[in-house]
Design a protein. Structure first.
Length: 281
């Protein structure tokens, strides 16, 4: 990856994080921690990897994203806004009455959202269905599903994994956000889902592990995923919950807590400073 692209993606990810903080602060509720941990991924998916067009959001041949960990909607909304699906200022209406941007994604109201999600474990099943439909009809699109690590405790995830491998859905990529924190604490202490890659491999998936905050590793992982034939791909991303905001990083309490005014100012000050550094590079 050349330095210009890496810097551009870092800048986009920084702005996504600002959108996460703006949205959750104005809503006085939401899930900033797991949204911040996937901000780099959202930047790469929407600005490099996926074939999507905000001018034609319902194009039948577009790639699909299913945010199976639907509570991380603030990161998805921020990426969609930056991509041009709606105005960035709309992020301040997160969870407001009659807003298009509710606490979990709604495909009926929000431009760019491909699947309504919220109940953990169900999004991956919808993604499998989309991938199977593409296979059956010969459609060229690829399907990406973003799962939380705590979400892997849901049995439905593994039913979907078994079905996807059986049907050789090589147009499906599952992205597991392994920040090792869920609402009740440490994932490996509450109900360990490890080793994640080995489990998916045992179900017949091609697996890749990477640093979920490293764009060069991301580029390599997605390039490798496109070469896989006859089986779905699971990419396990090692991430930090709350990434990008110093006092939120690796702190489980930020799973579902919104910043107050003082915390908002501190977080935005940090992110704006990051943005300024990136803009001069």
């Amino acid at each position: 990856m050349n330095s210009a692209l890496k810097n551009r993606l870092s800048l986009i990810a920084c702005k996504i994080r600002q959108g996460v903080i703006e949205g959750t602060f104005h809503a006085k509720s939401g899930h900033p921690g797991g949204s911040l941990s996937i901000s780099d991924l959202m930047a790469y998916l929407y600005f490099v990897e996926m074939n999507v067009d905000p001018e034609n959001p319902r194009d039948n041949n577009r790639d699909r994203l299913v945010l199976s960990k639907g509570h991380a909607a603030p990161a998805l909304y921020a990426a969609l806004a930056l991509k041009g699906y709606f105005d960035f200022d709309e992020l301040k209406t997160l969870r407001a009455l009659n807003s298009r941007l509710q606490g979990h994604p709604n495909m009926n109201d929000t431009p760019g959202v491909d699947m309504s999600t919220g109940s953990l474990g169900q999004g991956i099943s919808a993604a499998v269905g989309m991938a199977l439909a593409a296979k059956k009809t010969g459609a060229p699109f690829r399907v990406y599903a973003v799962l939380g690590d705590g979400e892997l405790q849901e049995g439905q995830v593994w039913e979907a994994a078994m079905f996807a491998a059986h049907n050789e859905l090589d147009n499906l990529v599952a992205l597991i956000d392994f920040n090792n924190l869920q609402i009740d604490g440490n994932v490996t202490e509450i109900c360990s889902v490890c080793p994640i890659a080995d489990k998916f491999a045992a179900f017949g998936w091609y697996t890749i592990e990477m640093d979920g905050h490293d764009f060069e590793q991301m580029e390599e992982a997605f390039a490798a995923a496109r070469l896989v034939k006859g089986m779905p791909v699971a990419i396990v991303m090692n991430t930090i919950k709350g990434k990008g905001v110093s006092f939120m990083e690796d702190v489980g309490a930020w799973h579902g807590s919104a910043p107050n005014a003082e915390q908002y100012e501190k977080a935005m000050e940090e992110l704006k400073a990051q943005e300024m550094r990136l803009e001069v590079q």
